[in-house]
Design a binder for this molecule. Structure first.
Ligand SMILES: [Zn+2]
Length: 167
C-alpha cells in the first residue's frame, strides 16, 4: 500500500493515500493511529500502526473527488520552504522557492500565484522569529534599553544615549 505522511499546513502531520488526504484523528489504546479524511462530513478513515509504517485498515467511503496532485505538491514545497526559510533567514525567498519548485516533477504546473502564496507564508514564518516592532518612540526606547546589544567597548551606555538624543 503506497502512502505518504507529509507535514500539514499547520505543522502537524497528514496522510496521503490514493490522492486522498487524511488528518490525524485519534490514537487508539493499542497505539494505532486513526486518520480521518480531510473533507468535512466524509467518514473515511485509515488506521496505521504507531510508527506510521504500515496501513492496518482502510474504511473507504469517499463520495467526493480526490485532491489534485499539484495541490499536494504545492503544499509540500510550501512546508519545505517555510522550514528552510527559518533556518537561513538571509536567503531571498524567491530564490529558495525556485530551487524547491524545480526539484519536483512537472513543476510547470505551479503558477506565479502559488509562488506568491508560498512567498507570503515564508515572510509570515520569518516574522514569527522576530520581536514585534515597537509602536511608539517610548516603546522603541524601552526596547533598546531592555535589549542585550552592547557597544564595541562592551558597554550598554548607548541605550541611555539614545534616550537623551531624542528628548
Ligand atoms: Zn473523503
Amino acid at each position: 500500500m503506497d502512502f505518504k505522511i507529509i507535514e500539514s499546513n499547520k505543522g502537524g502531520k497528514c496522510l496521503l493515500l490514493d490522492d486522498f488526504k487524511y488528518r490525524k484523528f485519534r490514537v487508539s489504546i493499542s497505539g494505532n493511529v486513526v486518520w480521518r479524511c480531510y473533507i468535512k462530513n466524509c467518514t473515511s478513515t485509515v488506521t496505521t500502526c504507531s510508527q506510521l509504517k504500515n496501513i492496518l485498515k482502510i474504511n473507504n467511503t469517499h463520495k467526493h473527488k480526490q485532491v489534485e496532485t499539484v495541490k499536494i505538491q504545492i503544499q509540500e514545497v510550501r512546508n519545505v520552504c517555510k522550514r528552510k526559510a527559518c533556518n537561513d533567514i538571509h536567503e531571498r525567498p524567491r530564490k529558495k522557492i525556485r530551487k524547491e519548485v524545480s526539484s519536483i516533477e512537472n513543476s510547470e504546473v505551479i503558477g506565479s500565484n502559488d509562488v506568491n502564496l508560498i512567498r507570503k507564508s515564508i515572510y509570515n514564518e520569518r516574522r514569527k522569529l522576530l520581536p514585534t516592532l515597537p509602536k511608539s518612540l517610548e516603546g522603541a526606547l524601552n526596547f533598546v534599553s531592555n535589549s542585550d546589544i552592547l557597544t564595541w567597548q562592551n558597554e550598554k551606555r548607548w541605550a541611555s544615549g539614545c534616550r537623551s538624543a531624542v528628548q
